[in-house]
Design a protein around this ligand. Sequence first.
Ligand code: ZN
Length: 394
Amino acid sequence: MKRFVLVVPVVLFVLSACATVQNTDCTQGEVRLTQDFSNAPDYACRRTGLAAFELTVVPESTPINPSPWFAFDIETAREAEVSIALDYGEYRHRYRPKVEESDGNWIAFPDSAVSLDDDGHAATLRVTLSPGRYRVAAQEVIGIGERAAWREDFAARNELEIETIGHSLDGRAIEALTRAATTPDAPLIIIVGGQHPPEVTGVLGLRTFLTTLFADAAANAALDRFEWLIVPDLNPDGVAEGHWRENLGGTDLNRDWGPFEQPETAAIRDAITARHGAGHTPFILLDFHSTRHDVIYTPHDNAGLTPANFSAGWIALLNGAWTGEGEAFARDPSHNPGLPTAKSWFALTYNAPGLTVEFGDETDRERVAELSRAAAIALRQYLEAAETQPGLDG
Ligand SMILES: [Zn+2]
């Protein structure tokens, strides 16, 4: 059944304005707001009218990267003009509110439905909803159950193994998708995702990237020349809890590659170390994220890593494969070089290139897919031509 989301004009006369509000519980009544699903935080909610709510959007700890995530359901028994105020405190509005349609696709509410107050420290979403239940969030909600199902399906379709390499603080499995090389000393390629819970375009991009990369894998000899370790969802607890950034240990996992004090990062380190010990020299690491625009953070070309100039070569091939609008990714070789991120640790530890692939928060989702396909096609081309004998690559 098609549901209708109508946008009301800027000036809204909330029905409840002239009614006495008896019940301040958001989860009861004809129009209700609940936060009861994987990926939903548990923010304090205050009912300010029969169809009006105020959510206090707070991070799991401070200071923190400003990624004010929200995800909730609105259920209404009647057509209602609904108002949801998001109070960001010291942080500012970042994500355009989106709603899941009945076909499972997500669309952003138009700008006219969202008003920013207090210099962006608060935002109010005002919409007219027909009777029904609506999932509203900062980005597409992809809960941990759906992520596990995707991994299982992807592995089955592409003949990858699923290996539990460790467990999160809350005991959730950290799963790797693996694919063995045909030679015992093949170089190791590592692909990481899901370190930062709100970075959904990174999840979407990684899915298309992997799907393209492994399409017709049986016919692709280049893939066979490498050992593959793919961990798409390194922070399941953070996703389940609707965190802005961290795991349950209060740690930004992409600042823990070096200390390895958290079980999630320790698990992937141990998985890499074990393969290295078995003769698979780490070759490249790609780590998928989201930020405000489409950009790849790379090492400097003169960093003396092996394979030499992977970044320049791959990105040139990517630009060659790019058929979309404008330029593909920007490239930034100077981002966070001194922090214990995956890419920095990889370069320091293995003298090999680690790259962070970032998609814009609000990049059109078809463009995310186009970028990811180009990136995967380019990587296949790079790997087909790559010299994998140690000492012969520059
Ligand atoms: Zn990130």
